[in-house]
Design a binder for this molecule. Structure first.
Ligand code: SF4
Length: 315
């Protein structure tokens, strides 16, 4: 399967530049490996607003007067500069599929930046979005955005990879025919996420009311983003597996069916990975040369080389 490279905005200090406040670069093995498969757009908002490297620390002050980005050593409020930069940077992005941002940063942290109640010495009170991250969420509310630390979780990582490569694949949809093919190719992957939404998107792609292509495309894309806002659930996966198994009900032997159903039960009990079942289905699709199923992204939703990093779809 050929994969379109997703365009991902990434905090520059993650594997790209030693631009942290202390002059350090953060190594991240996942981002390192992803470089081959992704068009990264590295950005360091703090350097972009003119703070040097190394630089004095800054913090988010969040209280009844609002939320500001503040540098205590120079007594400088950096909020306006950061908002102006973020707005300009984010508004010129085209065809971006997602974001990977540095954890805990007062600028880039997604829900993880420490919040302080006052400019002076005060303990932090919980965590929230850094100022740049907040603008990312405002402008791209339904797009995949991940905190680099969360990528250590295999389930989150695999979901993120599936999401960005499937969304990137939509870039090539420029006709109704291609939208129909896209929906068809991802149908069982979508079903593993949300069956009701899969049906709704199928109706949009069918365009029975004859709306203009651009309108239909925008509507479909919005639902696509919503589809991936939550990870696939066990119940949806089981439902999807039963559907796919239905293709072979008169081809495989009763022993094979029994074996599959017993695997399904074991999967239901969360004792084996999903891959134990998808690999059986894939081998049947190969054996009976079911081209439609062999073409399904369900069996490979992102490059195989990244599989070693993300086995959970299969966990
Ligand atoms: S976390 Fe963001 S602002 Fe801080 S160094 Fe990294 S890229 Fe720059």
């Amino acid at each position: 399967m050929n994969f379109i490279k997703p365009k991902i905005v990434v905090s520059k200090c993650l594997e790209f530049d030693a631009c942290r406040y202390d002059g350090q670069l953060i190594t991240n093995k996942y981002i390192k490996m992803l470089k081959e498969f992704i068009d990264f757009i590295p950005v360091c908002p703090e350097v972009e607003i003119g703070l040097g490297t190394p630089r004095d620390t800054i913090k988010v002050v969040n209280n009844k007067d609002g939320k500001i980005l503040f540098q205590p050593s120079t007594n400088t409020d950096l909020t306006k500069k950061m908002k102006t930069f973020s707005d300009a940077f984010l508004s010129q992005l085209e065809n971006v599929e997602g974001f990977i941002l540095k954890s805990k940063s007062p600028s880039c942290g997604l829900k993880s930046a420490k919040m302080y109640v006052s400019k002076n010495n005060s303990p932090s009170m919980g965590a929230g979005d850094g100022l740049f991250a907040e603008q990312v969420r405002n402008r791209f509310p339904d797009f995949p955005s991940e905190d680099e630390k969360r990528l250590n979780n295999v389930f989150i990582r695999e979901h993120f990879y599936t999401t960005i490569f499937t969304i990137a694949d939509f870039r090539g949809v420029d006709t109704m025919k291609k939208m129909y093919e896209y929906h068809s190719r991802h149908k069982y992957l979508f079903m593993s996420y949300n069956q009701a939404l899969t049906i709704k998107m199928g109706r949009i792609a069918a365009n029975s009311s004859g709306d203009k292509f651009e309108k239909v495309r925008a509507e479909y894309f919005q639902e696509l983003l919503i589809m991936f806002k939550k990870r696939a659930r066990y119940t949806s996966n089981i439902n999807m597996l039963m559907h796919v198994m239905g293709y072979f009900k008169s081809d495989v032997t009763s022993n094979e069916k029994e074996h599959f159903l017993s695997l399904l039960e074991t999967y239901r009990q969360k004792k084996i990975p999903l891959s134990a079942l998808t690999s059986v289905l894939f081998s049947w699709a190969t054996r009976f040369n079911n081209r439609y199923l062999l073409n399904q992204s369900l069996f490979s939703s992102f490059p195989m080389e990244l599989m070693g990093q993300a086995k959970s779809r299969f966990l």
